[in-house]
Design a protein around this ligand. Structure first.
Ligand code: UDP
Ligand code: MG
Length: 170
């Protein structure tokens, strides 16, 4: 039977995710990447990167008018971040759930923020502003953000050996 709604919900999405400077400083890079790997998503891009101010401002341009914007930019550029491109069925909504609410005190236990962070403005590091990890808002934004942070040659198309065990074919 052909079930269009089912097919649509099985669409593969790509999204940009990033470990913010306190995640790197606190040695949580492996822990965070591991959560997405274990879930069954596919890593297609990965780099440690010192983010220039201009790029941070472009990435967060929708938040430009917010009072916390300057601190957010300082924070994001305060040390290396880990840039990641991930792929998977339903990954955008799922990543938001795995990451948890913006305010870590409201984030559920079991989420990255709920388990590992305390404050929106100070995520476990004294000077930290903002969350140390973020998911993209929609599939379209995910694509735009990947292009903002990665060159084409830095992204890999590959087939994990576990794929048939993760994705049921209809
Ligand atoms: N942020 C902040 N104070 C706030 C709201 C947001 O410092 O009151 C920072 C925080 O680092 C957050 C980022 O801005 O992760 C982006 O905000 P958004 O609302 O998109 O939250 P997210 O998608 O990261 O949960
Ligand atoms: Mg957001």
């Amino acid at each position: 039977i052909f079930l269009p709604h089912l097919v649509a919900s099985m669409e593969v999405e790509e999204t940009y995710l990033m470990i913010k400077p306190d995640g790197v400083q606190r040695g949580l890079v492996g822990e965070i990447i591991s959560r997405f790997e274990k879930k069954g998503f596919k890593l297609t891009g990965l780099k440690l990167f010192q983010c220039p101010k201009e790029l941070a401002e472009e990435h967060y341009k929708d938040l430009q008018s917010k009072p916390f914007f300057p601190k957010l930019i300082d924070y994001i550029t305060s040390g290396p971040v880990v840039c990641m491109a991930w792929e998977g069925v339903g990954i955008v909504a799922s990543a938001r759930k795995l990451i948890g609410a913006t305010n870590p005190l409201q984030a559920e236990p079991g989420t990255i923020r709920g388990d590992l962070a305390v404050q929106t403005g100070r995520n476990l590091t004294v000077d930290a502003q903002g969350m140390w990890f973020m998911g993209s808002d929609s599939p379209e934004n995910g694509k735009r953000e990947i292009a903002l942070w990665f060159k084409d040659v830095e992204l890999c198309e590959w087939s994990p050996v576990q794929e048939p065990w993760l994705r049921e074919r209809y």
